[in-house]
Design a protein around this ligand. Structure first.
Ligand code: IMP
Ligand code: MG
Length: 180
């Protein structure tokens, strides 16, 4: 299936069906692991808003949500310096915090957010990402839950964007390399 986002060719990578099956599995796993815990799920804006919305409906526990916003991408595909734009607003002290990301590329964003959240003294801190790229710096970045592991390609859809376009696509697509 070929379509276009911002004038670039795209190719289907993960269908909404595959995504929803995997998201419900992750929800069951997290529900099991956080039994009797004081769970707070923190979504990383903007990319994780759809994943978090779907995932939370598979969490059969009392849970609260909050959001954090960082800037990480200066232009469409190149990583820039990370900056905290909007911090969390509820108290995280002694809470069991699960950070929910759309995707981990280098892992730098999650690393930065981990430091921010640990400074608020949570009881525990774990990370969950829908997608993890294989080239991630495995040595010092750990992710506790992930939906899919993919090759080093630029993707769009299901909350993730290409220069702010394509977040509303129900499936996930790879942005194809430009010809020539
Ligand atoms: P990292 O800091 O290199 O791990 O980059 C993570 C952030 O960059 C994610 O929160 C995404 O929003 C964004 N990002 C990285 N790769 C892609 C991609 O392939 N498509 C869309 N956004 C991406
Ligand atoms: Mg993001």
């Amino acid at each position: 299936m070929i379509s276009q986002v911002s004038g670039r060719k795209t190719k289907l990578l993960l269908s909404s069906d595959e995504i929803s099956k995997r998201v419900s599995q992750l929800g069951r796993e997290i529900t099991q692991d956080y039994k009797d815990k004081d769970l707070v799920m923190i979504g990383v804006l903007k990319g994780a808003f759809i994943f978090l919305a779907d995932l939370i409906r598979h969490i059969k526990l009392k849970t609260e949500i909050d959001f954090i916003r960082v800037s990480s991408y200066k232009d469409a595909m190149e990583a820039g310096e990370i900056e905290l734009l909007t911090d969390t607003s509820i108290s995280l002290k002694d809470r069991d915090v699960l950070l929910v990301e759309d995707l981990l590329d280098t892992g730098g964003t999650v690393d930065f957010i981990r430091e921010t959240i640990l400074s608020k003294n949570p009881a525990s801190f774990k990370t969950c990402t829908l997608i993890k790229k294989k080239k991630m710096r495995e040595d010092d970045i750990t992710v506790d839950y992930f939906g899919f592991e993919i090759d080093d390609k630029f993707i769009v859809g299901y909350g993730t964007d290409f220069a702010e376009a394509g977040r509303n696509l129900p499936d996930i697509f790879v942005i194809e390399k430009e010809d020539g």
